[in-house]
Design a protein around this ligand. Sequence first.
Ligand code: ADP
Ligand code: MG
Length: 244
Amino acid sequence: MGNQLLKISHLKKSFGETEVLKDISFDINKGEVVVILGPSGCGKSTLLRCINGLEEFQGGEISLDGQNLSDGKVPWHLIRQKIGMVFQSYDLFPHMTILDNILLGPVKAQKRDPKEVREMAVSLLKRVGLEEKKDSYPRQLSGGQKQRVAIVRSLCMNPEIMLFDEVTAALDPEMVREVLDVMLELAKQGMTMAIVTHEMQFAKAVADRVIFIDEGRIVEQNTPKEFFEHPQTERAQKFLNMFN
Ligand code: ADP
Ligand code: MG
């Protein structure tokens, strides 16, 4: 309990008449890596977007560090500084260098010392193997490199938790590994993360816990070993069979 960082209770989300998330409840502890799996259209992206304040929802509650995020008292732009999110598309500003892209949030939005943030950015770029790209422009980088920059940009905001939504789905196969390795490294260093992915080997390796969603409900929640070796439901078995 004391270790709990993110708490989601009875989350309900509809688009018009369509109920997309139906009573979703789960917690993520500090330092824990939760992988969220499920068939296309089951609501994974919507769930992450609700957590990050990008979607309004009709019912339930989300809290971070015991603070209710959904009562409208804390502005979402502040919440988003605590909850980093990386998507399939990395939307770096094309007219800005890699370093300036990274510094924008911490310096402009968080009003932090540019020198301190710059040092942090350079050291993180080094960690993901991109130090020499700091003065390049996004167009000069490969997709995998841009995605690593997007991760660094998010980390520089000092988030308490990172959300990843299929960050390798749009990458050429040879670039997938380099991005997954960065995420594995983050996990090892104790970053709290919620990861949506279709990379099953990676999911197995990185997850402390797997949550399987189907049709807007959590159908299974287990250790990766149990989930992958002994899925409890036919739906999870069917889902896993697609990857074999
Ligand atoms: P997943 O990420 O698991 O593939 P999504 O969360 O993207 O699933 O979508 C869940 C369901 O919500 C789908 O049926 C999708 O068509 C619907 N949906 C997602 N975004 C919107 C939107 N902005 N407006 C209407 N329906 C949406
Ligand atoms: Mg999605």
